[in-house]
Design a binder for this molecule. Sequence first.
Ligand SMILES: O=C(O)CCC(=O)C(=O)O
Length: 481
Amino acid sequence: MGVKIGGQIEKVNGRELSYTEFAERYLAQNQPVVLTGLMDDWKASKEWVFTHGQPNLYFFSTHFSKSKVQVADCGTRAFSDQKRLEMSVLEFVNHWLLQGSGDNFDGNGQSVLYLKDWHFVKEYPEYQAYRTPPFFTDDWLNLYLDNYRMHDDPDSCQENNDLCCSDYRFVYMGAKGSWTPLHADVFRSYSWSANVCGKKKWLLLPPLQCNLLFDRNMKSSVYNIFDDISETKFPGFKKAIWLECIQEQNEIIFVPSGWYHQVHNLEDTISINHNWFNAYNLSWVWDLLLRDYKEAKEYIEDIKDICDDFEGLCQRNLAANSGMNFNDFFIFISRFSLANVLELYYLRGESNSESWHWSATVQHFALNLASIRKIALKMKSEGGVQGNLGIHNLMESLGDPTFLKLSTDLGRIYAVIHEQEKWSCTKKILMADIEKHGSQVCSPDDLVKFIDYAVSNLSGNCSEKNTLLSVLYDARPHQVN
Ligand SMILES: O=C(O)CCC(=O)C(=O)O
């Protein structure tokens, strides 16, 4: 059975696009795009590929042979994903060279293997295979995981199931015929995926149509859209109208939040792939976490009366299944709030000028705070989080090298995106302000109060047309489905 294709994904020359244009057209609108012209100087594009475009597998077996990687067996389903195996890169390459290419199965009836989710940057930080294009660098997820763990409970963070730790920067490698089943991305993050060599076919479905992919109980979704899908089981599926994309070598696809997609390698392919989120799609992350929480709660509802700490159990299960719980998410947004506030204090410096808040960087920090503030209010109203979650001590953070690194890295990213000069670095004014306000942030309510307090202090010497305040209170950051 075929699927209905409604159109192709737009391709744009990335060298002719500004960051602001990208943010307005694609991040804020949650629309996919393919960007060209951004990979020419990547080491991966030179060292991982032969001149005729085939992957240089010998390079991998000589340089990275011992790495242990996750490999999907594309012919075998395991629940909603493909069966996974663990092997060394050398074993994977040898299998690839022996197997040749095919459609799920090679000529000998062996399943095609697909190396996925290889944390290459984490494993080889010195190698510098590529440079993330500035369009994708406003990445709170990987920035955070470079400095902190998302969740710290040893019970739900097993070494081999490291949902919450590590990073979301991956290398994928697979022969022609390897593929990825239908899914939406972890945390409902954005992703970008760059073809170092080869060709992929993408089928994407906008979030507003995603209910069509589910069974009557909205529990399970279609696994392979090219299977003969039962109309009785998935009554909406035939109505779905897909966007298609044939992604060539040296092209990067941007996959927005909540878009279901299925991917097929039409040739032997190596790709680099990140998941990330920031102010534009943070609400997607919260919405999914809330949905997962409700599901986790419903699942154990019948033991509620015999459970000493039912809420604690729900949150533990949430972290185990989703990679974070409410407390983790709250500490995450609270740390980012402080980092954004600190960067704003740095930017203002000791200046009494009224114009400092007009810069693109200041606007960006203000937009971040507006988005976090909105989510904190949602946590309270939708998630029922009235009381304390975790304790975030602001003063302690300001003295903590890990936090200061997070904050400096954030500032550096926006300096590159907006080509901003360096600013004066002193945190003493912020520390004095926090002394007056109180240092502990323990609930979404506290967080909103802290953001309001900091922004009002920062705005003290601004005129009525205060862009900081208007970004914080007027803008409706970007919930486009
Ligand atoms: O390239 C692939 O096979 C899958 C990539 C993917 O699904 C993703 O980036 O979310």
